[in-house]
Design a protein around this ligand. Structure first.
Ligand SMILES: NC(=O)c1ccc[n+]([C@@H]2O[C@H](COP(=O)([O-])OP(=O)(O)OC[C@H]3O[C@@H](n4cnc5c(N)ncnc54)[C@H](OP(=O)(O)O)[C@@H]3O)[C@@H](O)[C@H]2O)c1
Length: 279
């Protein structure tokens, strides 16, 4: 979708951090916005900020883990805007810790927010987009969806699912005008879930990996839509050679990933043990 001006985007997890950056960049592109998250004051603050860019903004307090809440949000969007052109499945959560000791309900809750919600939301907007003959669904995966990282097993499973779901959606509907892209960021510094864990553990980012700014993730979303890309990796280091290596030599790659600091979240989880609240 080359021309974003005047079109409508629905962004989940828009109340802060990466979602707020995505919201700002889409507003700067002239898109009208439906913003979804649970925290009303933060959501309304982001909405008020981008309304200054001269676009129409509808904040809708939404729990993406709840189907009724998703349905109500999509209905509110349809009542307000004549079209729904872009969906950005950005809302996410992470459960850090040794998998054998994780709370069972937390595993299920993480899967619901990180994997089931993007699928349900895509299912809810698809009929609208297909009727328009135009739409783009962007879903936030992660490099954790490509590599098996200890300490965040549930998150890895969900993000792998998101990336493959996005590829399948794209294959199914692109010929009918509705496309899909997955965004795969590595560590993101300055704002967001990784920064939050780092602030509490003070564990340095693995030098071999480096980290990206949230604005780079937001720019990747715009690129994915404009250029209709299947996936965009956001990382200061080239990751595609690692993907190729993984396909060819999985045993060697698992050793390499471990050597390159792939156990960061496992170490973080252990550092967080005993602290009052875990992310
Ligand atoms: N930060 C990183 O290093 C990194 C790297 C790779 C991928 N990602 C992905 O990028 C996305 C954004 O990450 P982030 O770091 O900005 O996360 P974050 O700071 O934890 O923010 C998460 C966002 O999702 C919303 N959210 C969480 N649970 C929700 C629910 N049940 N219903 C509605 N909204 C919900 C939160 O809003 P409320 O709490 O107000 O509901 C918030 O706006 C996620 O999908 C994440 O997995 C992040």
């Amino acid at each position: 979708m080359r021309d974003l001006r005047g079109r409508t985007a629905l962004v989940t997890g828009a109340s802060r951090n990466i979602g707020a950056f995505i919201t700002r960049i889409l507003a700067a592109e002239g898109m009208n916005l439906v913003l979804a998250a649970r925290s009303r004051p933060e959501l309304e603050a982001v909405a008020a900020e981008v309304a200054g860019a001269g676009v129409a903004v509808l904040p809708v307090v939404t729990d993406v883990a709840d189907l009724g809440s998703l349905e109500a949000m999509v209905q509110a969007a349809r009542d307000r805007f004549p079209t729904l052109d872009v969906l950005v499945n950005n809302a996410g959560t992470i459960e850090v810790g040794d998998f054998d000791r994780l709370d069972l309900a937390a595993i299920e809750a993480t899967m619901r927010v990180d994997l089931v919600a993007p699928m349900l939301l895509a299912r809810l907007v698809l009929p609208v987009m297909l009727a328009q003959g135009r739409g783009h669904i962007v879903s936030m995966s992660s490099l954790a969806g490509r590599f098996g990282l200890p300490g965040i097993e549930t998150y890895c499973a969900a993000k792998a699912g998101v990336a493959n779901f996005s590829a399948a959606l794209r294959a199914a509907y692109r010929a009918r005008g509705v496309s899909a892209s997955a965004i795969l960021p590595g560590y993101v510094h300055g704002a967001g879930m990784y920064q939050q864990v780092q602030d509490r553990t003070h564990l340095p980012t693995p030098r071999s990996q480096g980290s990206s700014a949230p604005g780079e993730v937001a720019r990747a979303v715009v690129r994915a839509i404009r250029l209709d890309l299947p996936e965009v990796v956001v990382s200061p280091r080239p990751m595609r050679p690692m993907f190729a290596l993984q396909g060819l030599f999985p045993a060697m790659t698992e050793r390499l990933v471990a050597t390159l600091g792939g156990d960061w979240y496992q170490r973080a989880g252990r550092a967080l043990e005993g602290t009052a609240s875990r992310p």
